[in-house]
Design a protein around this ligand. Structure first.
Ligand code: SF4
Ligand code: FES
Length: 250
């Protein structure tokens, strides 16, 4: 396949940035999108030019690093996958492909397609954990009965990989789908109930501090989420938040 790539290049966070056009040839339909980017970067390096910076780690849909906006869609035209799982067979020979970084105030561009997602880490630090009893009397987790429906919903919420596609797809740059998945996975389990009130209040407070927008129920986040995280998690987080707000912070 021969393709024309229009890629956002930005040398550093302060640089203005611009879209640069690169033709690529000999792209196999069986290549992943990142492998196609590797071909381009190899050519650029061989020519003595600066390769395109992009994030990646696992290349199998687990780490959530490969954030790219492709032809106006987070993670490209396919559904339920990350950019590293996208294959070039989804495109046609001769296509022009626009590749941009996530756009959100809380995800500033570091270089080219790489954005700073530390805001997600700070939200997790504010409450996305359970405190574990290490006194020597720790209860065996398998000895705590959990209804099957709750376990299934908690596992579904726990599949969020923190990629940020929900934020990038939202017209308000809202992080509600991400935060609600993290709140839900713990709120549904007995291990998470001890700190539940403090958790939801602190995580939402941090989310607001980071500059993410509000949710207006558009649902673009759910459509573009590679892990199919449901909007029902946002409803659960809102219920958790309301009930925690009505009682004193512990
Ligand atoms: S909710 Fe979905 S889109 Fe948002 S960070 Fe988690 S996996 Fe990515
Ligand atoms: S590189 Fe890890 S999810 Fe894509």
């Amino acid at each position: 396949m021969k393709l024309t790539l229009k890629i956002w290049r930005q040398a550093d966070p302060q640089a203005k940035g611009e879209t640069v056009t690169y033709p690529v040839n000999d792209i196999s339909p069986d290549m992943s999108f990142l492998e196609m980017m590797d071909v381009l970067n190899e050519e650029l390096v061989n020519k003595g030019e600066e390769p395109v910076a992009f994030d990646h780690d696992c290349r199998e849909g687990i780490c959530g690093m490969c954030s790219m906006y492709i032809n106006g869609e987070a993670h490209g035209p396919d559904r339920g996958i990350t950019t590293c799982q996208l294959h070039m067979r989804k495109f046609k020979d001769g296509d022009t492909i626009y590749i941009e970084p996530w756009r959100a105030k809380a995800f500033p561009v570091i270089k080219d397609l790489v954005v700073d997602r530390n805001s997600f880490d700070r939200i997790m630090e504010a409450g996305g954990f359970v405190s574990v009893n290490t006194s020597g009397n720790t209860q065996d987790a398998n000895a705590i009965p959990i209804p099957k429906e709750d376990a299934d919903e908690a596992f579904d919420a726990a599949t969020c990989i923190g990629c940020g596609a929900c934020v990038a797809s939202c017209k308000n740059s809202s992080a509600m789908l991400f935060v609600s998945a993290k709140v839900s996975q713990l709120a549904l389990l007995p291990q998470g109930k001890v700190e539940a009130k403090r958790r939801v209040l602190n995580m939402v407070e941090q989310m607001d501090k980071e500059g993410f927008g509000n949710c207006t129920n558009t649902g673009a986040c759910e459509v573009e989420c590679p892990k199919g995280i449901s909007l029902s998690n946002i409803a659960r987080m809102n219920r958790e938040y309301l009930s925690a707000s009505l009682t004193a912070k512990d």
